[in-house]
Design a protein around this ligand. Structure first.
Ligand SMILES: C[S@@+](CC[C@H](N)C(=O)[O-])C[C@H]1O[C@@H](n2cnc3c(N)ncnc32)[C@H](O)[C@@H]1O
Length: 231
């Protein structure tokens, strides 16, 4: 199936509300466990000196879980959508875990611009994470240029995203399954995301052709792709 890009930022209020109100917790917990597993395997433990950055953080679901899982680190969630960042700030404010989120802050910025500014970070990034971001980025080089410029040689990258279905029939089947759980706005967004997603081959070829072979790309089940390692 040919890739059909979608707008990068999720800025429409009703789109943000639908996304925020959906329960994605199962997948989010899986992602945190996958990151934890990877860090353990590499014998890396995170402490006060470490900074975790969550790119395309949306309403902060993953950022909050990272902040709670690694309470001694500093966690920064970044999203280019003002509406999403407002939502993330609000969610942090009303969270039952508010007292455990003091190590978390948000920044509204397009990931394509953050490389040129130093507003962000007084520390090197130890862990650079994204979930469901890559498919929003129109040109793959923008994503990889950003992670390259934000990473030092010791930064652990862990990026998970949807995998583009093989054909339109598979995409429509997944859309149908989504519609049994989520509202129409979210279902349509999911369908647009599936069509905008990259394939394993596209990510793998990009990393091999652009001196990024230290990053590993693998298929996580039949729906997801993971890019991880050091750049
Ligand atoms: C599908 S949501 C995922 C949110 C969150 N990572 C999660 O897993 O719940 C994708 C988010 O990436 C943000 N985004 C897309 N392109 C971006 C860009 N170029 N710079 C910053 N944020 C971007 C969108 O605004 C949106 O909030």
């Amino acid at each position: 199936m040919e890739r059909i890009p979608e707008p990068e930022l999720m800025e429409k209020k009703e789109q943000v509300i639908s996304y925020d109100e959906a329960d994605f917790s199962e997948g989010e917990i899986t992602l945190i466990n996958q990151i934890n597993h990877y860090l353990l395997e590499k014998n890396i433990s995170l402490s006060e000196k470490d900074l975790i950055v969550d790119l395309g953080c949306g309403p902060g679901n993953i950022s909050e879980k990272l902040a709670i899982r690694w309470p001694n680190t500093e966690v920064v969630g970044i999203d280019g959508s003002k509406e999403m960042i407002l939502r993330a700030e609000h969610n942090k404010e009303i969270s039952n875990n508010k007292k455990n989120l003091k190590n978390l802050r948000y920044i509204c910025a397009d990931i394509k611009d953050i490389k040129s500014t130093n507003f962000l970070l007084k520390k090197k990034i130890s862990l650079l994470v994204s979930n469901s971001l890559i498919h929003h980025i129109t040109h793959l080089e923008d994503f990889f240029n950003t992670i390259r410029s934000l990473s030092s040689s010791s930064t652990v990258n862990f990026h998970k995203d949807l995998k583009r279905p093989l054909d339109e029939k598979c995409a429509l089947e997944l859309k149908e399954q989504c519609s049994t759980k989520y509202n129409e706005i979210l279902t349509n967004d999911y369908y647009a995301s599936l069509r905008a997603s990259y394939t394993f081959k596209e990510l793998k070829n990009f990393t091999s052709d652009n001196d990024l072979s230290s990053l590993d790309v693998f298929e996580d089940g039949d729906k997801y792709l993971i890019v991880y390692g050091n750049v």
